[in-house]
Design a protein around this ligand. Sequence first.
Ligand SMILES: *Cc1c(COP(=O)(O)O)cnc(C)c1O
Length: 341
Amino acid sequence: MHTIDLRSDTVSQPTPTMRNAMAVAQVGDDVYGEDPTVNRLQALAAEMTGKEAALFVPSGTMCNLIAILSHCQRGDEYVVGQQAHTYKYEGGGAAVLGGVQPQPLDFEADGTLDFVEIKAAIKPADAHFARTRLLCLENTQAGKVLPLGYQAQAAEFARENGLALHLDGARAFNAAVAQGVPIEEITRHYDSASLCLSKGLGAPVGSVLVGPKAFIETAHRWRKVCGGGMRQAGIIAEAGYVALGYQVERLAMDHGTARRLAEGLAEIEEINIDLESVQTNMVFVDCDPRRHEPLKAYLKERGILVGGYGSIRMVTHIDILPLDIPKVVDAFKEFFASQNG
Ligand SMILES: *Cc1c(COP(=O)(O)O)cnc(C)c1O
């Protein structure tokens, strides 16, 4: 049975093209800076994002961590969303390893942070307080695309308030594709950005951090400190190169699939879906919380896997076929019909 795995786009498999390219990738020792494939990937990522430099990093979590460590010192603080990956889902790394304190704030419904609230959270220069140094945004945030105008305002706000601005852009390519703009139109507003290659873009491993040359040099040092120096990393960097070169535009298909899934599920009475929040490849479904576990189990028996913490989340990706969507919608319908009988 073909499993329809909607838990995350991280489960996407590398394509045959990617695997073939990986098999013949030229490699060297990247700790000496001698892996030509890593260097080529980094040059491409920097060029696409309009930044001076890029660094290939094993994971998005390490990417955000070394970005925060590069922007902040011990005793500094970063402002971040209460539900942001960088704050909530990365083991508190910046605090644990860097002595950098988070200042979480609730996201607005559209995934932005409110400038009035950020302003109020910035600490005055006083020995009582941590030094507020950095603002972190997330795009996409739970599948929602941050407006370009908002990100321009955020850059201005950060400048006026002496903060650096970092983007957790794990799925920023999804945002760019949804808005029909090159990724540079997003990254230009930020001092630094982390971009995942291993989600919708389909590479098996890796993220890139982009920013100014001096910043990337600092981040390179922190990557080493965190144990992220890799040797013949060109084998995996090649997959990232294929991802950036060939798999960006394809994300539009995942967005179409997610939209059809959401529209199908919206017909079910027992389910609540905010169709407006389905802007890229994620669909969140609300129903009676007592139904969550039985529903997940029912779907699983039918070869359909869904994810989410305290909600039901479905993420479309390269291995979700258009034909899968009616099967998923029907399974949901059958589940609720069986509950009402
Ligand atoms: C996946 C993700 C990351 C990084 O996760 P890794 O699993 O470490 O690659 C960071 N931020 C967001 C919003 C993510 O979804």
